[in-house]
Design a protein around this ligand. Structure first.
Ligand SMILES: [Zn+2]
Length: 409
């Protein structure tokens, strides 16, 4: 067992949480801004204090390295250190800090490992400044180009390339951020939901990151006078669209947890108080961690959309707006996380991730797994984010122990 103490996790969270903290609460640390630069330097300092060799790549990913006796491909852990506007101190940050604590514990409790272990603080994941999630991981795997960095602009018109350069990075050396020596990736992250807390479970072993399909439904009815058209004579597109929204909820419930379905946007035309809506459009967002089950949900919702509008004299056209397949996590690493948690006397359960994470990019190129620790009240992307230091330390201890086993095995 390679143990991380709760006090260490609490101190690290407290220290990084001050960077970008707003007077009224919440943390604002968009990529390449002044607070982000300060966080990058704080993390580099923390890694140095943990006895790791530190380097920052041209896009701003910060690495702390514990060189192994045998060399070879690297066992990597970490997460992102940017935040959403007025986010909390745990999303992303906790995975970076747990990685630093885990590597410090490895170095001081187990000595030089056989294989090299590294922690990475990834520069960007949230997409809150540029519409480019996963900048850090995409740079590592060559999934972003110099042109992309010129095209991406923030609200003030600053390009990602300019912002990167101003923060001390170098878009010209983008290629140097690439890695081809990563043996596996492990990411600790807060759950951002309430399943672990509700069940009193210590560790969530992520089965996969959910797939997402977004549909756009266009409902066509007939616009009529709101005063002169009897109720029985209407083909009200807005009410038919409302039926579709309720059908999405019913379908997601019928397909059962972890299936989820959301209608977050609806627009009626012509959109006047005294006109029966002639047409309406709505968004449908459907998610499931298993590809076949996601497709079954999509098919079911499509069928229901057509059948619920018909009795109202309307028709529906369903088009695919967006699709991202599920990203299953590596089975061998998942089994190791379960075994290690059990060995340490912690409870663990399988859990899908409903949110996107750096691990989904990593999983395309290297064996990858994630572990979740409980989020109080399931809160995230909010100043209310909180994970008990004891709970964080359990996660970091599992992480450290698994890294140790992998490094020696
Ligand atoms: Zn995150």
């Amino acid at each position: 067992v390679v143990a991380v103490a709760a006090e260490e996790m609490a101190a690290l969270v407290e220290r990084l949480g001050q960077v970008g903290a707003q007077p009224g609460g919440g943390i604002v640390r968009p990529v390449y801004g002044p607070a982000w630069v300060k966080a990058r330097d704080t993390l580099a300092q923390m890694m140095t204090e943990a006895g790791l060799d530190v380097r920052v790549d041209p896009v701003g990913n910060v690495y702390g390295r514990l060189a192994g006796r045998a060399g070879g491909p690297v066992l990597l852990t970490g997460s992102h250190f940017d935040t959403v506007p007025f986010g909390g101190a745990y999303d992303g940050a906790l995975g970076v800090l747990a990685g630093i604590a885990a590597l410090r514990a490895l170095r001081t409790q187990a000595g030089t490992p056989a294989r090299t272990v590294e922690v990475v603080a990834l520069c960007e994941e949230e997409g809150s400044r540029f519409h480019a999630n996963f900048l850090g991981t995409r740079a590592i795997w060559g999934q972003i180009t110099r042109e992309d960095l010129e095209e991406l602009r923030d609200h003030d018109g600053v390009t990602a390339a300019q912002a990167m350069a101003e923060a001390g990075g170098d878009p010209e050396r983008l290629e140097e951020a690439r890695r081809d020596d990563i043996a596996s990736f492990l990411e600790l992250h807060i759950e951002q939901g309430a399943k672990l807390e509700r069940r009193g479970v210590d560790i969530g072993v992520v089965t996969g990151i959910v797939g997402l399909t977004q549909l756009e439904v266009e409902v066509t009815g007939r616009a009529d006078h709101a005063g002169t058209t009897a109720m029985g004579d209407r083909s009200d597109a807005l009410l038919a669209a409302a039926e579709v929204a309720l059908a999405v909820e019913a379908a997601a419930r019928d397909h059962a947890d972890p299936a989820v379905g959301t209608v977050g946007w609806l627009q009626a035309h012509p959109g006047a108080a005294n006109v029966v809506a002639g047409s309406a459009r709505l968004s449908v967002d459907l998610r499931h961690p298993e590809a076949e089950k996601l497709q079954a949900l999509v098919d079911d919702v499509t069928e229901r959309a057509h059948s619920v509008v018909a009795p109202r004299g309307c028709s529906a056209q369903v088009t695919l707006a967006k699709h991202a397949p599920p990203h299953p996590m590596d089975e061998a690493l998942r089994a190791r996380l379960h075994q290690t948690a059990t060995r340490l006397g912690y409870s663990a359960m399988d859990i899908p991730s409903g949110a996107g994470h750096d691990s989904q990019t990593m999983a395309r190129f290297a064996p990858t797994a994630m572990l979740f620790v409980p989020s109080r009240d399931g809160r995230s992307h909010s100043p209310a984010e909180y994970t008990d230091p004891e709970a964080a330390a359990k996660g970091a201890t599992v992480l450290a122990t698994v890294l140790h086993d992998l490094a020696e095995g």
